[in-house]
Ligand binder design. Structure first.
Ligand code: SF4
Length: 299
């Protein structure tokens, strides 16, 4: 199999075939992000012959393990959904040729990857298997989106997710706790709840901001242009987000950036999640949480 650099995937894609179709990120400008800094290029698409070779190998190997195949493929790279409609359909055809058991195909996607695709194209992509995109919206706070160079607005999140809804493509969001900066976390959480409440994410995954010295955000902090929230403030921010969510969705804070991991189904588990967060806010010290943050050397 061809794999380039560190391969990132959401926790819930652990059982999916990880198929490299791209490496890196077309955007590569978010100030907090260091995820693809280990690559010597910004973005590349794999040659179709490499993708076909990997699928041939995966098909044979997986069938020799279980005699059946695998249900789902996850395309790797920061935003493979940026590929054109024609390329995405060609990749889906190859997946179905070598792994006919695959029922759905997922990937990370940027909001701007959806923009050039029409509703009809999205519906056809859904028909050939694309479903369950993971979108790092990060926040619904336009001031933070602009400062961090995310390259879209909260209105874009709403518009593009509406197209996915119409096409029947399900999606999940990643939310970046602390992206709004010190003193603004609860405002950012409420703005994010507003946008989530107008869309239909199957899951909202919370990651807590961990700032690394090779990020542009670190340089902004040194220049005095931005200030990070305290650790307890981050938990208050997540609490505000959950409190203000009114849609049925799964809320999960499960990655290494969260000192305390938790998840639940909303609205059923809302009270339980809020009580869990109140326990942390009331009983865990800022120092202890900061010690954890400093120990997160890699996400
Ligand atoms: S956060 Fe996502 S979109 Fe932004 S630079 Fe990193 S990988 Fe690319």
């Amino acid at each position: 199999m061809h794999y380039t650099g560190t391969i990132w995937r959401p926790p819930y894609e652990a059982a999916s075939l990880l198929l490299e179709v791209t490496a890196g990120c077309t955007h590569h400008k978010c100030k907090f992000c260091t995820l693809y800094n280990d690559l010597p290029f910004k973005f590349k698409m794999s040659p179709m012959k490499d993708i076909e070779e990997d699928l041939r190998e995966a098909g044979k190997t997986i069938r020799s393990w279980n005699g059946h195949g695998i249900d789902r493929a996850f395309l790797t790279g920061a935003n493979p959904f940026v590929l054109s409609y024609d390329k995405l359909t060609a990749i889906a055809e190859l997946i179905h040729k070598y792994l006919p058991s695959v029922k759905s195909i997922g990937s990370f996607a940027r909001i701007t990857d959806i923009t050039p695709k029409s509703e009809e194209e999205l519906a056809r992509l859904h028909a050939c298997g694309y479903d369950g995109l993971t979108i790092g919206i990060e926040t619904g706070d336009d001031e933070a989106l602009r400062f961090m160079n995310k390259g879209y607005t909260s209105a874009d999140i709403y518009e593009q997710c509406k197209k996915l809804d119409a096409a029947g493509i399900h999606y999940s969001f990643f939310y970046l706790v602390s992206i709004s900066g010190a003193g603004r976390g609860e405002i950012g959480a409420k703005l994010t709840a507003d946008i989530c409440n107008q869309t239909h994410p199957k899951l909202i995954g919370a990651n807590m901001l961990t700032i690394y010295p090779d990020s542009e955000l670190y340089a902004e902090i040194q220049r005095g242009n931005w200030q990070e929230e305290g650790e307890l403030e981050k938990y208050k921010e997540v609490r505000t987000l959950i409190e203000n969510l009114q849609i049925p969705t799964v809320f999960a804070a499960m990655g290494a950036s969260n000192a305390y991991q938790f998840h639940g189904q909303l609205p059923k588990d809302k009270t339980k999640l809020l009580s869990f967060l109140d326990e942390i806010i009331g009983n865990v010290s800022e120092e202890e949480l900061q010690r954890y943050r400093k120990s997160v050397h890699h996400l």
